[in-house]
Design a protein around this ligand. Structure first.
Ligand SMILES: Cc1cc2nc3c(=O)[nH]c(=O)nc-3n(C[C@H](O)[C@H](O)[C@H](O)COP(=O)(O)OP(=O)(O)OC[C@H]3O[C@@H](n4cnc5c(N)ncnc54)[C@H](O)[C@@H]3O)c2cc1C
Length: 377
């Protein structure tokens, strides 16, 4: 029998208002050019370090690991402001969002000491090596192999669509360490590989625009000592799926094209455009409440997989519709080299839109999760 997700619409504690004001004040003094999809394409390591100095990276990590012991809702406020401003947060996004929490949950004391303080300072960026040429949605079919050798493991295989690997100080790799047998989720493990490393080649995969965000990462017998296994050998599937819960429902699944709404609002001088801005903001507000609800459930230690999948499906489709709506209400054409911020932002959004519903698990896969969660066969 189908049941609706048990989730309160999110609310933020009143004390977060002062934090929001501080982030806004900081951003007003930062000399960046706002961009769409800034969390994937807007990398600026120096900006990441400045955020680290403010205490806005590794916010939820404990102080003994260089973090700040803040709540997920406080982190929500900070990243919401950074995304709304189109700030260059791409360099640290993956390490701050999911690798830090995963090392905290699964790592050894040595791994926590080595990586978490550096993540919180904005000095250690991670890439995620999950997808492969023949393995995306069906992640359990990964063919990158971890071969047991004295003192550790040797990795053989190829990862693709690896965002930011060319800037990363390390990559977290999902590999098969034992054959699957009857349970295809068994025999998978995660390995931390500091970069650059012998036996690892990072090659750019350029976007049609010429932009370099993706990479192919080839492992040709790279050695990983036992000390760099993350969690338990064979426990990779559980660890990876827990990581994906952090990945799917945050404000970055709603706000990748928010800059376009802002720019249209600034020049909405006819009723149709003003109505369009109002309609988009009303929908954004409802989605934001749902995203906040998931953040609140995560803060209570729950694993709200179904609502997180819903937020990502609805949110990423909304991000795409923003682009179409804005194009309908302006004569400005997308132009990456234009002096007009709207023309530039449109060009960035049009180029990145196809990825919105793919990255972090495609929407078709997410709808499967929702349908199964509601008991639909
Ligand atoms: C911008 C961007 C950044 C990315 N960054 C990273 C990264 O940093 N690290 C990383 O590891 N990966 C990354 N990826 C890869 C991403 O995770 C995969 O693209 C995604 O999981 C889909 O896998 P695939 O591309 O192999 O497509 P496929 O799995 O081959 O899917 C192709 C199509 O078939 C549909 N489909 C597949 N199976 C089913 C099913 N069972 N039911 C219904 N429909 C189905 C899919 O929905 C999709 O439309 C990134 C992708 C993008 C677009």
């Amino acid at each position: 029998m189908a049941t609706l997700p048990d989730l309160d619409p999110g609310t933020l504690p009143p004390e977060t208002a002062a934090l929001r004001a501080r982030v806004r004040g900081f951003l007003a003094d930062e000399p960046f050019t706002p961009r769409c999809d800034c969390w994937l394409t807007g990398a600026d390591p120096a900006f990441s370090r400045r955020l680290g100095e403010q205490g806005w990276l590794g916010m939820t990590l404990p102080a003994r690991y260089g973090g700040h012991g803040r709540s997920p809702l406080e982190r929500f406020v900070v990243i919401e402001e950074l995304l709304a401003a189109g700030a260059p947060v791409g360099a640290h996004w993956i390490s701050d969002r999911q690798v830090g929490p995963s090392i905290l949950a699964n790592g050894t004391e040595e791994q926590r000491q080595e990586f978490l303080p550096a993540i919180a300072r904005g000095e250690c960026f991670f890439a995620i090596g999950m997808s492969e040429p023949d393995s995306g949605s069906d992640l359990a079919s990964v063919r990158t192999r971890a071969e047991r050798v004295p003192g550790g493991w040797r990795l053989h295989g190829t990862k693709v669509w690896t965002s930011g690997a060319h800037l990363a100080h390390a990559i977290l790799v999902l590999a098969r360490s034992a054959s699957a047998g009857d349970d295809r989720h068994a025999g998978l493990s995660q390995f931390i590989v500091p970069l650059p490393a012998e036996g690892v080649t990072v090659r750019p995969i350029l976007a049609m625009t010429g932009g370099h965000h993706f990479n192919e990462v080839v492992f040709d017998g790279a050695f990983v000592p036992d000390a760099m296994v993350l969690g338990q050998i064979g426990d990779g599937w559980r660890q990876v799926t827990a990581e994906l819960a952090y990945e799917r429902s945050g404000p970055e699944r709603l706000l990748s094209t928010f800059l376009l709404i802002r720019l249209l609002a600034e020049r909405a001088d006819e009723a149709g455009a003003r109505n369009a801005v109002g309609g988009l903001l009303a929908r954004l507000w409802a989605l934001r409440q749902a995203s906040l609800g998931v953040a609140g459930a995560l803060a209570q230690g729950r694993t709200p997989d179904l609502p997180a999948a819903l937020v990502k499906d609805l949110g990423t489709r909304f991000e795409r519709e923003v682009v179409e709506t804005v194009r309908r209400h302006t004569a400005v054409e997308p132009d990456p080299g234009s002096a007009d911020p709207l023309a530039r932002a449109l060009a960035e959004a049009v180029a990145q839109t196809p990825g919105f519903t793919l990255r972090g698990g495609t929407n078709e896969i997410l709808r499967g999760i929702v349908a199964r969660g509601l008991g639909v066969r």
